[in-house]
Design a protein around this ligand. Structure first.
Ligand SMILES: [Zn+2]
Ligand SMILES: [Zn+2]
Length: 249
């Protein structure tokens, strides 16, 4: 019988822990930041535009490196057909499940909430029906499916906003202070996730924490290769905490 541990096991060969916040590392998305700057340009922009609407915590499960295995899987689970697509969906659902079992409590503690009442996903603004990430969170992942709610809807403006962070990209169902765990697959600029967080907060969410499967980086861009080489020095372990600088082992 397929188990979460079995289905996720092979990912330990190629997942890469993001660097912990510090010099040269964005304290929001863990991508490269200019020395002396606490955040990268994109996260700085999101904060400037959305203010306290940005997520209270962002946790990338792994780096997702352009042209490498994990980035390819994060593309294929949406864009291939047939048994291959199902294989990648099962794998990525297991990765998310295993990660949340180990670290969701750490994330809640980090946000100073007892837990997350609701789990939702960032909807596609391209209008893809039945987004596969939603299927994973709402149906496949055992620790999220009972808490899943479809909260967010892209606005008619969403398509024209390109990737910009905007408080008018999404609308959310009304909330009454519930803490929300917001899941997305790939973080490139982070502007979709942050716009979604802002919509949730504007509609009454309490704390909003974002978990993204992959922090996308292109190692041919600027000094990203050096950043990634530093990250690779830390061997991947499921027990290494994504929120605090310790291991659960
Ligand atoms: Zn950043
Ligand atoms: Zn942890």
């Amino acid at each position: 019988m397929a188990t979460v541990e079995g289905l996720s096991a092979r990912y330990a060969n190629f997942l890469v822990h993001p660097l912990l916040p510090g010099t040269g590392v964005c304290q929001v998305c863990r991508g490269p930041a200019k020395p002396g700057c606490p955040a990268c340009w994109q996260c700085h922009e999101a904060r400037r535009i959305l203010g306290s609407g940005v997520a209270d915590a962002v946790v990338p499960l792994s780096l997702s490196l352009k042209n490498e295995q994990y980035a390819n899987e994060l593309w294929r689970y949406k864009n291939t057909a047939g048994p291959q697509r199902q294989y990648f969906r099962m794998g990525l659902a297991a990765v998310l499940w295993r990660f949340l079992v180990l670290h969701e409590g750490c994330l809640a503690a980090h946000c100073a909430v007892p837990g997350f009442d609701v789990v939702t996903t960032v909807p596609s603004t391209s209008g893809r029906e039945g987004h596969p990430l939603r299927t994973m969170v709402a149906e496949m992942v055992g620790v999220t499916r009972d808490r899943h709610r479809d909260l967010l809807t892209p606005t008619p403006d969403a398509a024209t906003l390109a990737r910009a962070a905007s408080a008018s990209r999404y609308t959310s169902s009304v909330l009454w202070g519930e803490s929300v765990l917001l899941i997305d697959d790939t973080w490139t600029t982070g502007h979709h996730v942050q716009s979604a967080a802002a919509a949730l907060k504007a509609s009454g969410a309490g704390s909003v924490a974002a978990v993204v499967l992959g922090r996308h980086l292109n190692t041919t861009y600027g000094d990203t290769a050096t950043h990634v080489e530093r990250a690779r020095l830390r061997r991947f372990s499921w027990d290494a905490c994504a929120v605090r600088p310790w291991s659960h082992a």
